[in-house]
Design a protein around this ligand. Structure first.
Ligand SMILES: NC(=O)c1ccc[n+]([C@@H]2O[C@H](COP(=O)([O-])OP(=O)(O)OC[C@H]3O[C@@H](n4cnc5c(N)ncnc54)[C@H](O)[C@@H]3O)[C@@H](O)[C@H]2O)c1
Length: 264
């Protein structure tokens, strides 16, 4: 069963359980994290740090903003671990290569305003971003396809820190079934529906060959999975209640190569 979130996160859980995107939105993050650019002006004020008691309105966040929040979150956690308590928008901006004005605008959308001369409380901003990004919630994740990529993902310890717990893996290869990788047991894909009904995970990582991806994704959706992180180089069509985010490293490399070739 998914771990019950702390009381303060109930609102987020409500958002998370709301209907998933339509087919047209399948490459976007879940509905709770989707666009509608309506940035508010923000500034580091002289007033006490202003933290809204309400959960941030995730529906107001644009996709680029969500991407930047994720980067802020990573950098702030690193600084927190190193013992730093405050930083200002210029410092945070330089860490993720955006202007201080953009940082202030992004954080003001979470109801967080820095204090002049002191800046932002790192723990409070981490808490706010975690709340809106779902990182404060314990998401249960399964992985399908324990090949080269699946193996590496199962061994990666960084997911847990952000609240994503890999609870089971599945593969159709009998030589892999019953093994444990990174502490996660690999089950037979044949038993996937039964195991998913038991574990009730919300998210799935798909690391099967491209020609298998659609079938496996349809099974995941029929088993109640709300979101799929798809590594297979194919476009999944899942009308209805399952969000899909595609990760294509080859395309990213192409984009990088293009940038390198065309930089002035
Ligand atoms: N997006 C990326 O950046 C990226 C990078 C590397 C690989 N990939 C893609 O990720 C996928 C996995 O890559 P890989 O290198 O790990 O491949 P792989 O061949 O090493 O592993 C695939 C695994 O999936 C299992 N499998 C096949 N059909 C299955 C099914 N129906 N149900 C359950 N398991 C099944 C196989 O037994 C195997 O263990 C591929 O689609 C590949 O193109 C994506």
């Amino acid at each position: 069963m998914p771990t019950a979130p702390p009381q303060s996160l109930n609102k987020l859980v409500t958002i998370r359980n709301m209907s998933a995107p339509s087919n047209d939105d399948k490459h976007l993050p879940p509905a709770s994290l989707r666009p509608h650019d309506a940035p508010l002006a923000g500034s580091e004020s002289n007033a006490e740090e202003n933290l809204s008691p309400d959960a941030p309105s995730a529906s107001k966040l644009s996709r680029p903003t969500v991407g930047r929040l994720s980067l802020y979150y990573r950098e702030l956690n690193r600084l927190h671990t190193s013992g730093k308590t405050h930083l200002n928008s210029t410092q945070l901006g330089s860490l993720v290569d955006v202007s201080p004005a953009v940082v202030r605008r992004d954080l003001s959308m979470l109801g967080t305003i820095g204090q002049r001369g002191i800046g932002y409380s790192i723990t409070k901003v981490i808490e706010k971003i975690g709340l809106v990004m779902g990182s404060g919630v314990h998401w249960q994740v399964v992985l399908i396809g324990v090949g080269s990529l699946g193996n590496a993902l199962l061994r990666y310890r960084g997911f847990e820190q952000l609240g994503f717990r890999l609870v089971a893996a599945f593969d159709q290869d009998p030589t892999k079934v019953g093994t444990a990788i990174g502490g996660v047991i690999v089950h037979d894909t044949e038993l996937m529906a039964a195991r998913l009904a038991e574990l009730q995970p919300e998210l799935a990582i798909l690391a099967v060959p491209a020609d298998q991806a659609a079938t496996v994704a349809a099974t995941l959706k029929s088993c109640g999975i709300s979101g799929i992180l798809n590594f297979a180089p194919t476009t999944l069509r899942l009308p209805g209640s399952c969000a899909v985010v595609n990760v294509d490293l080859a395309s990213e490399l192409q984009r990088l190569a293009f940038s390198v070739q065309h930089r002035s």
